[in-house]
Design a protein around this ligand. Structure first.
Ligand code: CA
Ligand code: CA
Ligand code: CA
Ligand code: CA
Length: 566
């Protein structure tokens, strides 16, 4: 219909459905992959990752040998080049473990974890680094008393630099513990939470802490109830005293194992985990009102049995996403779990869609580790796969947030036959570029490499402008920006607007357009431009005026705004 190489082309109005082309999706390809060898200890590897407003990426993890692990913390520039790297070995010369990471005001990076104290009992550890240089600013080692194993698993910092740590201590068995230090590192208060279960079942632990913009800490606790089964426990604390502003307990008579919480801009909290509230092991997800801890809705989602939640995301546009693994049979010994992910309505908890991936063969182990949504309607799920044709690789899915259909996928395999790649977590920078924290493991040498795998943002606006001579046809100037540099792009024409979905058998099948089906056709396909921008000069056929054009980025299956020919 139109020659892609023609400098000028004509918009005809023949009714031609989009031409069939290669059905293959473009592969999601990392911009860069950083790797940092961290030794052969069984606990070695990435623990946490955060990204600052300038796009600098910070990771912390465990390195060393199995007889003396240390805490390794590193920073990378946005282009993936190393900025600094620091190792911390405690005075006990033994097992130091990083668990949490946070950025605070004044360019301070906080690492929390544990280090051996007197008698080799673990003490709480807080390290403060200058985020720009990696200089160690302060080391805080905390113990409630002799003979107690204590740790900090999560750290949060408020706008004034007060630091909150959440983790565990020992009472009647493990108890949850929350500590506050001020910006100078001075201890402020300790709060211990012990559930109603009796020893030896009272295995309580604080999993995660965050600070509301107003400064109140919120803590997620695995709390064991009088039934000797765990529930989700949320505390909102008075920052001055550590006492409850409110406390919420949620669960049934079976085990309810909290995983993760997220704070919504509305001030409400979303919590997910693995829950047996309906008699089956499902994803138990709740929305909790921020003002008083009231449970606004609860959702129990899963298929078959043995669903295990592994990641939670919200998109700010009414979507809540839970990913996790499901056993396709009832045999836990044959390691054949699969991915199972759901979208819930943030307002009601209703199921919107589900997405599954993985083969059921014995030892075909597939499990996701994290989920994230961008502002452009993409959902990303990363995890581990050994289903054919993959063998111990990291897999990344790009799904359409509207319907859960796969738009694209990426694979990161080890450089060597014996390397496997475990994704751990995902973070976005301000431009919504995806960063996956991962570990490469060499099965021959036993060495782990902490890794960051970076993908370009899909949320950059793809902008299309059309300047036509209407009515009557004649010259048209078409200009766009924000497409994938050096990628392929297509201009699609239709007489009306709507929500036409690209049919199977076409590139980007399933992608929803802003165009309707009336005379929909491929008007042009060609290079998107060296920097993702291009100007095309064309000639409109007599029937083109009054119609609509939309640009499709074929490399990433993204669409532009709809522009009218007028
Ligand atoms: Ca050590
Ligand atoms: Ca306890
Ligand atoms: Ca199984
Ligand atoms: Ca499987």
């Amino acid at each position: 219909m139109l020659s892609p190489s023609a400098r000028r082309f004509t918009l005809a109005c023949a009714t031609v459905l989009l031409a069939a082309g290669s059905a293959a999706h473009a592969q999601l390809t990392p911009e860069w992959i950083s790797r940092l060898p961290v030794g052969t200890a069984l606990t070695a590897g990435l623990q946490q990752m955060v990204i600052d407003d300038a796009g600098v990426i910070y990771i912390t993890g465990i390195h060393g040998s199995s007889s003396n692990t240390d805490i390794i913390t590193a920073a990378y520039r946005p282009d993936g080049t190393p900025l600094w790297q620091r190792s911390w070995n405690g005075p006990g010369n033994w097992h130091d473990q990083a668990r949490g990471l946070a950025l605070g005001p004044g360019g301070v990076l906080y690492v929390c974890g544990n280090t051996p104290g007197p008698g080799s009992y673990a003490n709480v550890l807080l390290l403060k680094y200058d985020a720009a240089t990696g200089n160690l600013l302060n080391t805080i080692q905390y113990s409630s008393g002799p003979g107690l194993s204590e740790h900090a698993g999560s750290v949060a910092v408020d706008a004034a630099g007060n630091v909150y740590l959440a983790g565990g201590t020992v009472g009647d068995g493990p108890d949850a513990m929350i500590l506050k230090f001020n910006a100078a590192g001075t201890f402020q208060w300790k709060r211990v939470w012990d559930g109603p279960a009796q020893a030896p079942y009272s295995l309580d632990n604080a999993l995660q802490i965050l600070v509301e913009p107003s400064g109140n800490p919120v803590v997620l606790i695995h709390g064991v109830m009088g039934s000797n089964q765990p529930d989700y426990v949320l505390l909102k604390l008075n920052p001055a005293s550590g006492q409850n502003l409110w406390e919420m307990r949620w669960g049934g008579n079976g085990g309810d194992y909290p995983l993760e919480m997220l704070l919504d801009p509305s001030g409400d909290l979303f919590v997910t985990g693995s829950s047996i509230i309906t008699g089956f092991n499902r994803y138990g997800t709740i929305r909790v009102r921020g003002s008083d801890g009231f449970v606004l809705w609860q959702s129990s989602e899963g298929i078959l049995n043995h669903n295990s939640a592994r990641g939670l995301a919200i998109d700010g546009a009414g979507g809540v996403y839970v990913t996790g693994s499901v056993d396709p049979d009832t045999d836990r010994s044959n390691s054949n779990d699969n991915f199972y992910s759901v979208k819930l309505d943030a307002a009601t908890g209703a199921l919107r869609w589900s997405h599954s991936y993985g083969a059921n063969c014995v030892y075909c182990l597939d499990f996701p580790t994290s989920v994230m949504a961008d502002s452009a309607g993409h959902v990303f799920i990363a995890g581990y796969t050994v289903s054919s044709p993959y063998s111990g690789d990291m897999i990344l899915f790009q799904l359409d947030a509207a319907n859960g259909q796969e738009q694209n996928r990426g694979i990161v395999a080890g450089n060597l036959q014996e390397e496997v790649v475990y994704s751990r977590l995902m973070r976005c920078d301000r431009a919504e570029s995806l960063h996956i924290g991962a570990d490469f493991y060499n099965a021959n040498t036993g060495v782990y490499d902490m890794s960051i795998i970076k993908y370009a943002s899909l949320a950059a606006r793809l902008a299309l402008a059309v300047d036509a001579t209407c009515p009557g046809g004649g010259p048209i100037r078409i200009e766009w920006s924000g497409a994938t540099p050096d990628g392929q792009a297509a201009l699609i024409f239709a007489r009306n607007t709507g929500s036409f979905r690209i049919p199977d058998g076409n590139p980007c099948a399933g992608t929803a357009l802003g165009l309707g089906s009336n005379q929909i056709q491929l008007a042009w396909q060609g290079g998107a431009g060296a920097n993702g921008s291009r100007v095309l000069n064309a000639t409109a056929g007599p029937g083109a005026c009054g119609g609509y054009l939309q640009l499709l980025d074929l490399a990433m299956c993204r669409v532009s705004n709809v522009a009218r020919l007028e």
